[in-house]
Design a protein around this ligand. Structure first.
Ligand SMILES: [Zn+2]
Length: 573
């Protein structure tokens, strides 16, 4: 008997799902458990906090409470004769609009199974079936899921060969627009919901070209079909990778417009970059992975020091592939690289935390950023992408390419190997020799400044150094009541004057605090600043100045040298 989840979404307006779980008892005593995190997103999300009223139902249809006992935050212990057919009912509150949780209302049902499907301990490897009752209000909606499904007016049915596949296959029931294309014999589907005016014909052409370039580079895949699922909203942004699909959330303004120029707008480049990022993850994370992600315990953190390789290389490859697929030109590509570099240069925390530490602490730092993050942490996405850039440029000086190295790693994963730190060491050592050891100790195990200017200048890029100025060393938001301080740089004038994140500056030099007044105060010797901290009025005085960060401007220097970097060993389509 397969493990079955009957999902009823009739109470969509309360964001409630009623779930009936039917299965055969694997033992006389076993547990039901729910993941605490979803693969691909390294934060303990405690999905079980949304689970309500878990009840074991007896043969007479009544709950038998004494046989089901909650034993921890996400575990319920059940006692029942082995092989007996059991039913457990429960409710889940679903109002998480991100791609990592579940959501239901009158307009959309989007479910990520790790947040709603209790797992029966001991049955993980067996078939799991989902029967979704479609509320009448949703009977006209389209359905999307990477798993094959059947759909009638009032029910959708699909199954997964095991629990891991089930939780790697999110599904959506909504008013959708869609298109399909095939690349290298692999069917690709695209589904979008949410208010949008996207030019889907243009998107189809571009996406097909992008996927084609990936498949030209990495023809072996661990997916036989692929689904892009997008929800358009006003401003949310993010994505989550799965083996046969990706879930994306994007500002509708990032989608291509009716008269999208041939060179995509910066907004549209951002969306294409997101598609590129998540698509590459099908190889790089879903196939090539660190050992910690092979069979992780989803109740607790799965630590790895290699997220800089997995997310960082992906963040390098995503934009590079926009260029290699011909969707953007070299000038636009350099602009994306420039933005990545300037994010790095404006994060003082890069000097305190290296990329392996950033990877290891993803669970408590990157996914839980706060006002102190910029001072004390570095992002393994950002610094990892720039490490990949430096390594690619160094490899090219020795006649190699990072994309070839990646292809070799993918081939090894096809044989079942995980990517370990030791193997990574070998791969770079073979190609870069002592230069790799130096780079590793300075920039990976250490946190020394990356040699970006030097490497880029040798690769045909004109690099001009400039500065980014931050008045008083604070980042703030201008509000009608004054300037709300979001972050304060360590060692800045503001810190020494006793100003902290969370303070509301209300007056500068006797004038109502505004961006203009703050800027014009820079010429004064000394000013009084009035601010509220926890609703108490405070005063301080300081000599206004600026914290200066270095920033780089990149442009095409030598087109010949640049093409040596940006060309690839595998020919363009
Ligand atoms: Zn990613």
């Amino acid at each position: 008997m397969a493990t079955q989840y009957h999902i009823n979404a009739e109470r969509f307006s309360e964001h409630l799902l009623e779930i009936k779980l039917k299965f055969q008892a694997p033992q006389n005593q076993f547990s039901l458990w729910l993941p605490a995190w979803v693969p691909g997103s390294y934060l303990i999300r405690e999905f079980s906090r949304f689970v309500e009223q878990v009840r074991l139902i007896g043969v007479d249809g009544e709950p038998v409470d004494q046989l089901l006992v909650k034993t921890s935050k996400n575990n319920w212990q059940v006692e029942a004769p082995k092989d007996s057919e059991l039913t457990v009912v429960y409710q889940v509150y679903t109002r998480d609009l991100s791609v990592r949780g579940s959501y239901v209302d009158a307009e959309r049902l989007y479910l990520n199974s790790p947040s709603i499907c209790l797992c029966v301990q001991g049955l993980e490897e067996q078939k799991h079936e989902v029967l979704l009752s479609v509320p009448e209000a949703m009977s006209e909606f389209g359905f999307a899921c990477a798993l094959e499904h059947t759909k009638s007016d009032d029910q959708i049915h699909f199954s997964a060969p095991n629990y891991d596949t089930l939780i790697d296959s999110p599904f959506e029931l909504a008013d959708q627009q869609r298109f399909a294309f095939e690349v290298a014999g692999i069917p690709h589907r695209y589904v979008i919901s949410g208010r949008n005016r996207a030019n889907l014909e243009r998107l189809k052409v571009d996406l097909q070209q992008l996927c084609g370039t990936f498949l030209h580079w990495l023809p072996d895949t661990n997916f036989s079909h692929y689904l892009f699922m997008t929800i358009a909203t006003s401003s949310d942004y993010g994505g989550l990778e799965h083996q046969h699909s990706t879930s994306l959330i994007t500002p509708a303004g990032d989608l291509p417009g009716a008269s999208e120029p041939k060179l995509p707008s910066e907004n549209y480049q951002r969306y294409l970059g997101l598609c590129s990022h998540e698509y590459f993850h099908a190889w790089w994370v879903k196939w090539v992975r660190p050992t910690a992600f092979r069979t992780p315990d989803l109740s607790t953190e799965a630590y790895t020091r290699m997220l800089w390789v997995f997310e960082g290389f992906t963040s390098y490859v995503d934009d590079l592939m926009l260029y290699r697929s011909g969707l953007i030109d070299a000038k636009s590509y350099l602009k994306l690289v420039e933005a990545q570099i300037n994010r790095y240069l404006q994060t003082p925390g890069r000097e305190l935390q290296n990329v392996t530490e950033s990877s290891f602490d993803a669970w408590i730092k990157l996914y839980r950023s706060d006002e102190n993050s910029i001072n004390a942490t570095a992002s393994y996405y950002n610094v990892g992408a720039l490490c990949a850039l430096c390594l690619d440029l160094m490899l090219r000086e020795s006649g190699h390419q990072l994309t070839d190295l990646i292809a070799e790693v993918v081939a090894e994963s096809k044989q079942g190997a995980d990517l370990t730190e030791a193997r990574l060491d070998e791969l770079f050592s073979e190609r870069l020799g002592a230069r790799w050891d130096q780079f590793k100790s300075a920039h990976i195990d250490g946190a020394q400044e990356l040699p970006l200017e030097d490497l880029l200048a040798k690769s045909g890029v004109k690099v001009v150094a400039d500065t980014e100025d931050l008045e008083l060393g604070i980042r703030y938001t201008e509000e009608s009541t004054g300037l709300m301080v979001n972050r304060v740089m360590r060692g800045s004038t503001a810190v020494h004057a006793g100003i902290s994140a969370g303070d509301l500056l209300v007056a500068i030099d006797g004038y109502k605090a505004s961006k203009t007044i703050l800027k014009s105060s820079l010429t004064l010797d000394r000013v009084d600043i009035h601010f509220f901290r926890r609703d108490e009025l405070k005063t301080t005085s300081l000599t206004p100045d600026q914290t200066q960060f270095k920033k780089l401007k990149l442009s095409v220097g030598s087109a010949d040298d640049l093409s040596k970097w940006l060309s690839c060993s595998w020919s363009q389509q």
